[in-house]
Design a protein around this ligand. Structure first.
Ligand SMILES: Nc1ncnc2c1ncn2[C@@H]1O[C@H](COP(=O)(O)OP(=O)(O)OP(=O)(O)O)[C@@H](O)[C@H]1O
Length: 313
């Protein structure tokens, strides 16, 4: 098992109190696995990705543990985390395309980045990796502004995986791209995994349809908690959580049979994480909710590798 996350709690300190962005999340990722992480805006996806790399000044590790390849990941200790960042766990953040230094040619940027970590550029290997994501070696002589959005995104992916991390977290790397670039970037991610340049991956996205094409497993989050996790094919064809069903019902792309052939959408909005309700957090929006849902449902393995947090699943 590459990654084990156990009852992880990460809060944001705000003037109005603590936002419980991750409120007790447990899951694992196996060697070679691509985990698609989906859920509505604000459910905690980015917080989860960031927690595995760096807690910023407003984030607080409120509990739980993470192990990577059997070793404790000290997320609350920023200095100790240096040994993990980039080498063992690497993040392609949201908006990384615009975060590239505009005054550096790509090749120089890569040399400097590796030098800062005591490593050197292996040029033939770098060319091989660029080719793997469909980029020509001449990109190394260019400035970021000279690249298209998709090219920048693929460049960042190569840079993020130069030291062959165990885990790559890709946060909304396809959202700002057109459909053909989305496919190219998603394909490039799978290529990195297939060649063993990264062992496992978390692919964070709003796009459940795209995720279902590249992820082995999909995890659905709702209001800071895990709602459902299952092999991609199972989750998209036989979802058990009413929220996952609604999420799929709101999508035209995924191949789920719907008798009426209509899209349903999801009424209402998720609860505030400043003071989340007790019991099931989806119950105000759930058509199946009854008195039992006033108690928080545990995450139960309803079938092999299929986990659901719902009394009605
Ligand atoms: N810096 C911050 N300060 C306070 N609250 C925050 C901060 N960043 C995120 N939050 C809150 O934490 C919760 C989880 O946010 P997060 O960005 O992880 O969600 P997300 O699922 O990644 O959303 P999106 O898809 O919009 O990126 C939300 O309620 C959000 O408002």
């Amino acid at each position: 098992m590459t990654l084990t996350v156990n009852d992880l709690r990460v809060h944001y300190r705000t003037l109005r109190g603590e936002v419980r962005a991750l409120d007790g999340v447990s899951f694992g990722i196996a060697d070679g696995e691509i985990l698609g992480l989906v859920g509505e805006s604000g459910c905690g996806k980015t917080t989860l990705g960031k927690s595995l790399i760096r807690l910023d000044g407003r984030m607080r590790h409120a509990g739980g543990s993470i192990t990577l390849d059997g070793e404790d990941v000290p997320i609350a200790d920023d200095r100790a985390m240096n040994a993990f960042r980039f080498r063992r766990i690497s993040l392609v953040p949201q908006y990384s395309m615009s975060a590239m230094n505009p005054t550096r040619r790509i090749g120089r940027m890569i040399r400097e980045l590796l030098a800062a970590r005591g490593a050197e550029v292996d040029t033939p290997e770098l060319h091989r990796r660029l080719a793997l994501v469909g980029l020509e070696p001449d990109i190394l002589e260019r400035y970021p502004i000279e690249l298209s959005g998709g090219m920048k995104q693929r460049t960042v992916m190569v840079i993020s995986t130069l030291l062959d991390p165990s885990l790559l977290i890709a946060d909304e790397v396809t959202s700002a791209l057109d459909v053909s670039n989305q496919k190219a970037v998603a394909g490039a991610l799978v290529g990195l995994r297939d060649r063993g340049l990264v062992t496992s991956m978390v692919f964070i996205t709003h796009d459940l349809a795209l995720t279902s094409h590249i992820a082995d497993t999909i995890m659905v989050m709702y209001a800071g908690l895990l709602a459902e996790k299952a092999p991609a094919e199972v989750l998209t064809t036989r979802p058990r959580h009413p929220y996952t069903r609604r999420l799929l019902g709101a999508l035209p792309q995924v191949g789920v049979r719907r008798s009426e052939g209509r899209l349903t959408g999801i009424e209402g909005s998720p609860p505030s994480l400043l003071d989340p309700p007790t019991g099931c957090r989806f119950r105000d929006r759930c058509p199946l909710a009854d008195d039992q849902c006033a108690d928080r449902p545990p995450v139960v393995e309803v079938a092999p590798r299929h986990h659901v947090a719902c009394w009605k699943a």
